[in-house]
Ligand binder design. Structure first.
Ligand code: HEM
Ligand code: HEM
Length: 190
């Protein structure tokens, strides 16, 4: 006969794994820097050689971050996160799921829209100024504008989602309810 002792099952992890934590903080830092880089691009005058250098660097770092994001998504799909603590109210569970899902969508749409837009302009992408990726699309200002606008609008959506996310994370940290600690690097983490 099985007796329910009320204690958590021994194999259910309570924290994110080491790889998930490392990927979270690495990508958080890189995306924040990439957003700042994108805003800085707005200050670089169009039609100058410096503009080409900075824009190509932004494209190159963006594509590199995209590879990390795809790896993270693959990791996430094969490594389910620890279940949320049972004391969390239903609205918080829903808010956290929606926020995380939207963050993942924006993390994919950002590099994808930038990459697609670049292929509908004559410039293409010079990967770290070493590898030339010639555009596979036509040089069409209207198509470029659609994807470039998607890139810009999504960047503001992403910033809003990050602000909400950080607000929630800090709230959990002050409450010391263990949710922030699940994602914080610790020697005890698996
Ligand atoms: C660019 C910035 C960031 C992005 C894109 C981001 C994205 C994400 C995503 C997608 C998750 C869900 C993980 C999963 O279950 O797969 C997550 C979890 C988490 N993030 Fe962030 N994050 C960012 C910055 C931060 C910052 C600055 C903090 C702390 C102040 C933070 C704290 C957390 C915590 C505590 C969790 C775990 C939540 C839980 O246990 O349900 N994140 N983050
Ligand atoms: C995680 C990836 C990326 C993030 C977070 C990001 C973020 C940004 C941001 C915040 C801006 C400024 C938007 C504004 O004007 O308010 C920007 C501009 C830009 N991004 Fe990205 N970006 C990423 C990846 C890429 C990639 C992969 C490409 C191309 C291959 C790209 C191409 C561009 C271009 C060309 C601009 C200038 C647009 C203009 O001024 O008209 N980005 N990006």
């Amino acid at each position: 006969m099985q007796v329910d002792s009320g204690s958590p099952a021994p194999n259910v992890p309570e924290r994110y794994g080491r790889v998930a934590i490392a990927l979270h903080w690495l990508i958080a830092a890189l995306i924040s820097a990439q957003i700042a880089f994108g805003w800085f691009l707005g200050e670089v005058p169009r039609g100058t050689p410096m503009r080409g250098i900075y824009v190509n660097l932004h494209k190159s770092t963006g594509l590199t971050i995209a590879l990390l994001i795809i790896f993270r998504l693959g990791w996430r799909l094969t490594h389910p996160p620890p279940p949320l603590p049972s004391f969390m109210p239903a609205w918080e569970r829903v808010a956290s799921r929606v926020n995380h899902l939207a963050l993942y969508v924006c993390m994919l749409v950002m590099p994808a829209s930038g990459y697609i837009a670049s292929n509908f302009s004559k410039f293409g992408i010079k990967l770290f100024n070493v590898v030339l990726l010639p555009p596979w699309g036509v040089d069409d200002k209207r198509i470029y504008a659609v994807f470039n606008t998607t890139h810009i609008v999504t960047s503001y959506l992403l910033v809003g989602l990050i602000a909400l996310h950080v607000f929630a994370a800090v709230r959990h940290a002050f409450r010391r309810d263990g949710v922030f600690a699940r994602m914080w690097p610790s020697r005890l983490s698996r």
